[in-house]
Design a protein around this ligand. Structure first.
Ligand code: NZQ
Ligand code: ZN
Length: 388
């Protein structure tokens, strides 16, 4: 196995009634707070009022930026960076799902540069500094609350790009499962598919690494499979929401990576779909992942599918390896499309083959997507076609 560095600096307040710590945590960074949020769900659930009260009670000065879209747009980032500079903001407080947290990350970095924040994505402009970010998570999915990444869309160019940078890791995150009670069955299911994909992108890797990490990932996946249907049926089930919330963070906070060479496949392939068709990221992943697994399966890598099928889905270990692998893919599809009731194909989303060529070209950056199995443009186009 390879050497690695493990260093996750996010302080997490997990559970109910932790907001009393919000004021003191924000105060550590200064007095001028920019609170960011999406289309209004935090007002509907009463979280907005609670957060504003804590900020006011702590004697902090509050600025706000609302309306951050799902698949957040670069224009929101531009506006946030502008406010940070103009109002001399000390700390950003993102209240919402991954879209709000992601956009806030690049506002925090944009506050320190003179150039357009889109340059972070198209010119790889350095991200050396960012204002401190505090998050209050309301949707279990992306892991943005505890990772260094963010994904931003530009509708003008139909691009959706991700970027990782250490200064973007939230300093503090509040993870209260009750804030996710109002998440719809659809968004709960999409979040589950996203969490599963974050794990599968690392798990499906033929590098030798720690057995312990594979077991940990299998445990995370079993947690998603066990608790998502419960959260959908019984949205205020604390145990289910808590398990999903903590799993979303640990799926992508770097812990499971160990020393494995990291190269993801389904995410770059999906980002091209949501860039053009603005679909929910987790839904795109649910449709693509089983097809990607099917496309990549061969005699050289079947052992990984066997491990997955036996340890995650409890498939009979005495069956021939190829049968176990195919059954594992089927069980994953069943989970996404039957148990979680997610749409199973592109056609039902009015996505046809029109853009597959260009999407495939962009997702591998006109080269090879080095992942579990290297994929070129032709391979990726075939995977898109399998999703129709
Ligand atoms: O905007 P509001 O009104 O808040 O409504 C949102 C939005 O419509 C709603 N919602 C959130 N919390 C809710 C709620 N509705 C009711 N009750 C609540 N408690 O849910 C909708 C979707 O929210 P969004 O933030 O877009 O979802 P998600 O957390 O899945 O974020 C998706 C974005 O994150 C990116 C995706 O590409 C996508 O742009 N990703 C970020 C990653 C990262 N930072 O590491 C990794 C992921 O792989 C992913 O690419
Ligand atoms: Zn994802």
């Amino acid at each position: 196995m390879n050497n690695f560095v493990y260093d996750i600096p996010t302080k997490v307040y997990f559970g109910e009634n932790q907001l009393k710590n919000l004021g003191p945590e924000l105060k550590k960074f200064g007095t001028r707070v920019l609170m960011t949020y999406g289309g209004g769900s935090i007002k509907k659930i009463g979280l907005y009022d609670k957060v504003v009260k804590e900020i006011k009670d702590a004697g902090l000065e509050l600025f706000e930026l609302s309306g951050i879209e799902p698949n957040p747009r670069i224009d929101s980032v531009r506006e946030g960076a502008r406010i940070c500079k103009e109002k001399n903001i000390d700390v950003l407080l993102a209240v919402g799902g991954g879209s709000t947290i992601d956009a806030t990350k690049f506002m925090a970095a944009g506050a320190f540069v003179e150039h357009d924040p889109w340059e972070f994505f198209v010119s790889d402009a350095p991200i050396e500094k960012a204002l401190p970010i505090v998050s209050i998570l309301t949707l279990s999915a992306t892991g943005s609350e505890m990772d260094a990444g963010g994904v931003i869309s530009n509708p003008e160019t139909q691009d959706k790009y991700g970027r990782l940078a250490r200064p973007l890791i939230p300093a503090v995150s509040f993870l209260d499962p009750t804030n996710t009670y109002s998440v719809s069955p659809y968004q709960t299911a999409c979040g589950a598919a996203d969490i599963m994909s974050h794990i599968l992108e690392v798990y499906f890797n033929m590098d030798q690494d720690l057995y312990m990490l594979d077991c940990f990932m299998e445990g995370l996946m079993k947690t998603v499979i066990k608790y998502t249907p419960i959260a959908i049926k019984d949205p205020t089930n604390y145990e289910a929401r808590a398990n999903l919330m903590w799993t979303s963070s640990w799926a992508i906070n770097g812990f499971v990576n160990g020393g494995k060479n990291q190269a993801w496949s389904c995410h770059p392939i999906e980002h091209e779909v949501s860039a053009i068709y603005d679909i929910t990221h987790g839904l795109g992943l649910a449709i693509l992942t089983p097809r990607w697994m099917e496309y990549c399966l061969d005699e050289t890598n079947v052992s990984k599918y066997v491990q997955f099928g036996i340890n995650v889905f409890g498939i009979d270990a005495s069956l021939p390896p190829m049968d176990i692998a195919k059954e594992a893919i089927k069980r994953l599809s069943d989970f996404f499309f039957n148990t979680l009731q997610l749409t199973s194909n592109f056609t039902d989303l009015n996505i046809d083959e029109t853009n597959f060529e260009i999407m495939a070209k962009k997702s591998c950056e006109d080269s090879i997507l080095e992942g579990f199995k290297p994929l070129n443009q032709k391979d990726i186009k075939k995977i898109y076609e399998m999703c129709l």
